[in-house]
Design a protein around this ligand. Structure first.
Ligand SMILES: Cc1ncc(COP(=O)(O)O)c(C=O)c1O
Length: 366
């Protein structure tokens, strides 16, 4: 069995995330330092120092599972399994459901982990183009496993009210499994929290995370919501992999979730401010042809003018402006770039200002 292909976004992220003045390549809020996080959580250093460094329960701390279950309707803590990042949750569910020859469908372009791992396990994938009005029914045709990521990485598109009606009726008829990857669910800009597909039907699963939305990627805490019996199988497989999560991360994740209504307004205001900075400057970014801004999450995927190589453009933008974006080629979709809105506002403004100046100088991209 060959290993999965390389994870295309990782090389650039490793190279540029710490060296760029303005990091728009990241898919999360710029990370906070522990001290600032503890202050905003009203958590004393004493509490942190008293954390017992034992193994956590294999399913995850009960109080954390309780807190997470409150984010969904009709879900109890037994329906939650805590994992090391969402990546582990996805790997566990894919390993359980995907056998050689399993047909799976996903939104394309997509986060590579969502199709690369099922392919690696022998599944046969078919991408369904995610546009402004997607063909939802197409996802359910000739498929045993449907993977839906919303708000969507990399396009920033999300499921609208009218889409849910179609999706629900398809799901009720669908004999296979449906997975909702809801990594950016906390970042709905129009309501407190985005709608979840968890448990729309007994065949639905959802994954969730705090890491990108709250600027704490290093904590590596994710979860999966689903059927209790299946979760017990996944937990048993997890016992061979990471076994339990880090108790310090789990403690902080619990406090972050308990304080989410205090933390999220500032985070969303940052995204709104960056969105405004970008849209005010967009008319001067001459290489961008079509821009659809997100209403939830913090990512979007503008189209470049005809014939521009996304890698060359990303390289030149970094070289000339120290602004880091990911090329569409990293998502196997040429002619686009992915932009994240999680950067600090002052760095974001400065980056966009440099970008506009470069685009309008004699040294601009040719
Ligand atoms: C849509 C989506 N799913 C899953 C992941 C992986 O998440 P984690 O870093 O929690 O493993 C990411 C990370 O960016 C993502 O964007």
């Amino acid at each position: 069995m060959d290993l999965p292909r390389e994870f295309f976004i990782e090389d650039r992220l490793e190279k540029y995330r710490n060296t760029s003045l303005c990091n728009l390549g990241e898919s999360g809020i710029r990370n906070f330092v522990l001290k600032d996080l503890l202050i905003s959580l009203d958590c004393s250093i004493e509490e942190l120092l008293n954390i017992d460094l034992k193994d956590s329960p294999n399913m995850g701390r009960w109080d954390l599972r309780e807190e997470i279950s409150g984010l969904y309707s009709g879900i109890s803590p037994e329906n939650i399994l805590i994992t090391t990042g969402t990546s582990e949750a996805l790997f566990l569910l894919f390993s359980y459901c995907i056998k050689p020859g399993t047909k799976f469908t996903y939104l394309s372009p997509g986060f590579q982990g969502l199709y690369e791992i099922p392919e690696y396990l022998g599944g046969q994938g078919r991408g369904v183009e995610f546009q402004t009005s997607p063909e939802w029914r197409e996802l359910f045709r000739d498929s045993n496993f449907v993977i839906l990521n919303h708000p969507h990485n990399p396009t920033g598109l999300s499921i609208q009210e009218e889409d849910w009606i179609v999706l629900k009726s398809e799901i009720l008829k669908f004999p296979g499994v449906v997975l909702f990857d809801e990594h950016y669910r906390f970042l709905d800009l129009e309501s407190e929290i985005g709608v979840s597909g968890a448990r729309l039907n007994h065949n639905c699963y959802a994954t969730g995370s705090i890491t990108k939305s709250f600027g704490v990627t290093g904590l590596r805490i994710g979860w999966i919501v689903g059927d209790v019996d299946v979760l017990n199988h996944l937990r048993s497989f997890k016992d061979y992999l990471t076994h339990t999560v880090n108790p310090i991360s789990e403690f902080l994740a619990l406090h972050i979730l308990r304080n989410r209504s205090k933390l999220l307004p500032g985070i969303k205001n940052r995204i709104r401010a960056n969105l405004k900075t970008f849209s005010d400057s967009a008319p001067h970014l001459n290489s961008l042809k079509k821009i659809q801004l997100p209403t939830s999450g913090l990512l979007f995927f503008p189209e470049l003018n005809e014939g521009i190589s996304s890698e060359r453009y990303a390289d030149e933008l970094y070289k000339n402006c120290s602004v880091f974006v990911l090329p569409g080629s990293n998502f196997e979709k040429e002619g686009f770039i992915r932009i994240g809105l999680g950067e600090e506002e002052s760095r974001f403004r400065l980056g966009i200002q440099r970008w506009v100046e470069w685009e309008n100088s004699s040294n601009r991209f040719k």
